[in-house]
Each structure stands twice: as structure tokens, then as C-alpha cells.
Design a protein around this ligand. Sequence first.
Ligand SMILES: Cc1cc2nc3c(=O)[nH]c(=O)nc-3n(C[C@H](O)[C@H](O)[C@H](O)COP(=O)(O)O)c2cc1C
Length: 214
Amino acid sequence: MRFHELVEARRSVREYTDEPLDDETLTELFDRVKYTPTGYNLQPQEFLVLREDDRQALLRECAYNQEQVTDAAAAVVVLGNLDPAAHADRVFDDWLDKDYVPNEEVRDGLASNVEGWREQPAEENRVWTVRNSSLAAMTLIYAAWEMGIASCPMEGFDAEAVRDEFDIDDGYEPVMIVTLGYAEAEASSPSKPAKFRRPPAENVHEEVFVPHAE
Ligand SMILES: Cc1cc2nc3c(=O)[nH]c(=O)nc-3n(C[C@H](O)[C@H](O)[C@H](O)COP(=O)(O)O)c2cc1C
């Protein structure tokens, strides 16, 4: 499937068949998702994958009872690490090994710069991790679709409830829920036409930003 076909055919799917998602399929899926880009390649994203009925039911309670959380074969909580430097050493060692930086001094400078972000106001690191982890969620959605797996991204959940119920400590931000499973035919394309999208003539701005008036 070409990317333009994939992007046009994808739908948010809320009704799924009973077919489960097996370990092998999930492994293949997340092996593709790992290539998502992140700022400085720092990779704050974490994925809490729920496939057990009682765990999905618990998540549904945190998600204002949205049915797709339990109807789907899996519900994934995308989490963002709030510590930008959590993986910095491995990331910048790799840059040095592969000549993405010229020497150890540059490598160390980058690592200490990112470590300095730990002192930023918490809100800045929250924005940083939400930005990066959201891209990972998008990769998950498209990678899944290419494998025939439908999804629904979800922001409709109580992040504090998710933290409490799933023992997620303060170092991580619950960023998004993504349900995954095989779509009921009538809940997906081509049965479901694509929803309205604002045309590029309205929201693509050349050189100067002038918001479009309705
Ligand atoms: C960040 C984000 C949050 C969303 N949250 C929810 C949600 O909580 N519940 C839901 O049913 N759909 C949710 N959606 C799905 C949107 O309603 C859907 O993407 C939009 O209507 C466009 O439809 P399409 O994805 O089928 O093209 C969310 C989508 C995004 C990108």
C-alpha cells in the first residue's frame, strides 16, 4: 500500500471483530514503530499494551466509558517520559559510533545540554514529551493500518485516573490511548467515507501567516 493510499483510507475505528492480536503481530508492529523520529532521537515514548479483559475494562473506566477500549483487541496507553535525558547517554554514544558527531567533546556537550533540560520548568518538559510521544502514536496508527490493523486515537481519558489505576509514577505523562484491532467492515473505509478535511488552500500559508477567516 502506497502512503497516499494508506493516509486516505485510514479511519478511526470504534467497532472491532473478536479476532485477537497475537504476540508475533504486536512484535512486528512495534518493531516498525520504533523508527519514529524524536527530538535529538531521545525517544521518551513508552507503550503500555493491554489485552486482558479486566485491564481493558479498567482503562475504559478511565476513558469516560468509551466502548472501543474494551471492544478492541488491544488498548495501548502511550506514555511520555518526562525526563528528557533518560536515554541520552545511549543515544549520543550511538551518534559518536556512527559519526553523527565528530568527536567525544561534541557528544558530551550534547548530553550535558539535554541533562540541563531537567532544570527547565516542568511544563516545558511536559510539552516536549507530549510532542514526541504523539508522533510515536501517529507512527503506531499508520504502521498498524498498513498491517491491516485498525485503530482509534483517544484523548478522552482522565490522565490522573490512568496514573492511579495503572501505577504510573509522576515521571511519565499519559499522552494518548490508541485502541487496536481488526475492524468490523461497516466501521471502516470504504463503508465509512473520509470526514471533512480543511483544504490546503485554507491552512497552508506561503511565507506569511494570515489565518483564514471562516
Ligand atoms: C488526538 C486525538 C484524540 C482523539 N480522541 C478521541 C476520543 O477520545 N474518542 C474517540 O472516539 N475518537 C477520538 N479521536 C478520533 C477523532 O474523532 C478522529 O480522528 C476524527 O474525527 C477524524 O476521523 P478519522 O480519524 O476517521 O479520519 C481522536 C483523534 C485524535 C487525533
